[in-house]
Design a binder for this molecule. Sequence first.
Ligand code: M1P
Length: 271
Amino acid sequence: MTKKNIVLFDMDGTLTPARESAGIPIAMALAELSRHADIGIVTGSNYEYLQQQCGTILNSVMGPDLSTMLLFPCNGGQFYKWNTAHWELVSDKNMLNHLGEKKFNELIKACIFVLHAALDEDSSLPSWDMGGHFVEYRGPMVNLCFPGRQANKAQRAVFQRIDGERGIRNTGIQRLQTKLKMERIEGLELKLGGNTSIDIFPTGWDKTLALEHLNHQHIWFVGDRCTGDGNDREIYEHAALSRRGFQTESPAQTISIIENIIDIIRGKQNK
Ligand code: M1P
């Protein structure tokens, strides 16, 4: 039987440090939570990153019962359920089909243009070390990553510092918007999902996509980027309408929020 409550979590900055692995304390907190509610992970990242970063939660005896868990990579554009011994892909949105091949190709060209423009900006711009794989098509979204998806931790840190000083990604978003307008490509959202990249997806394909797959009575959400242009904002606002939205600053704070949610759910169950 479906539980009444599901608690959805963002991944980077909420369950794990950005692009790093989850710790044992958060896995144990989720194990306790799974006795009271179903659990979902809703991230802008793809399935491979989710498995990589959440190994401690998903593959350890200390983690939650997997039958209580749902995975929503790519903002919920993909949906995975635990099926006895493996994660089964239940639904997968396709941005290429949605846009059509011609517009999709123009979008990829625009991404490459923006990357070039950032690097050519001016000769005084300090360059960042670069890995490969700068434009990643994930099915439900495209990710444009300035230091490259294969950049290592040190390379990402250098880019993050320069981006903080010069607003490379914000300028990238403005340039991309102008280019897309020139090509008459409408209906796309551009978001600073993580720390080094821009997520690009059709309007409405934000994290609220996950809600389409849920029939729980109470939906809770915990994320770290819940305001302004943050990629948790839309789903946070949905949960906050019924006072079930929580903003966190770190995985350590998320553990306290989980304890609080368990208390609230248990309090209601005992009434
Ligand atoms: O935190 C979610 C984001 O994680 C990565 O961002 P970055 O590598 O730029 O820090 C990406 O997977 C991004 O798509 C995702 O939204």
